[in-house]
Design a protein around this ligand. Sequence first.
Ligand SMILES: [Zn+2]
Ligand SMILES: [Zn+2]
Length: 326
Amino acid sequence: MHFIRLFDSDYGKNNSPITEDAMAGHLPWEWSRLTPFFFLHAGCLGVIWTGASPFAVLFALGFYVFRMFAITGFYHRYFSHRTFKTSRMMQFIFAIWGLLAVQRGPLWWAANHRHHHQHSDKPTDLHSPLQRGFWWAHIGWLTNSFSMPTRYERIGDYAKFPELVWLNRFDWFVPLLLFLGMYALGDTLAHVAPQLGTTGWQMVVWGFFISTVLLYHGTSTINSLSHVFGSQRFETGDTSRNNWLLAIITLGEGWHNNHHRYQAAAQQGFYWWEIDMTYYVLRAMAAVGLIWELKPVPASIYAEAANGKLAMAKPTSTPVPTGSAA
Ligand SMILES: [Zn+2]
Ligand SMILES: [Zn+2]
């Protein structure tokens, strides 16, 4: 069952309905499910044999940024929170772009993320460091049966597009192409630009393994560290924090307390000094017409911030998309 799900993530999806009661109970680490992570981390050791070249290292870093943008701009701000609109074709491209990050499919990712916002730091939260500690929030939650299937009932608004369901179901397909593409790139460069000093396997190690592992841990700081370190502008009733360093690492996601207060906005840095690279790129994409209707932060939220925490003893929460909206 575990094994088949690696290749068809919807296999047996109706066999074990998940209840919130069960999730609030003891959630064990299921070590066998760490196999893909072990594979990704072990692959980094290939550097012992392939070595490095300036091209491979710079590519790995640039590719980290390119894919982090897809996670934050598309998986998070588009698929999870619907903070802007786009065409069906661009939506399809966003899904493939996100799949290059090797963090499973957009529907799986967004459905679990919506759950996080509805259950933040409660016993039913999938990855609360408050409830289950740092390592669970960082990686352990991914090893658990509860987090494996796509909760289609939470993401019905996008599950009506068959192309997205297919990409989500066979979430290994794009990563496989990425692996092969890295080899092809490095091997081609070795022939046409030997002065770069790279090879097929060196690009696999740097472009696929090392860049992806860094991207995984960078993304996961939002589940683990940004619910632990930083300041709270808003009293959101959970442990979400604002942290400038995490905002740099994640292209803007570190303004996590802002985001927990008002999830419907396309921006997470609420002021000019809160650097939010994802938002700047989204603005540029909107300027050339690729996306539109970026949702702003309402004046009432700014007023709340200006008034300090006293005014927010009981904040009204922003609605989390439930999946039933059209
Ligand atoms: Zn959070
Ligand atoms: Zn969110």
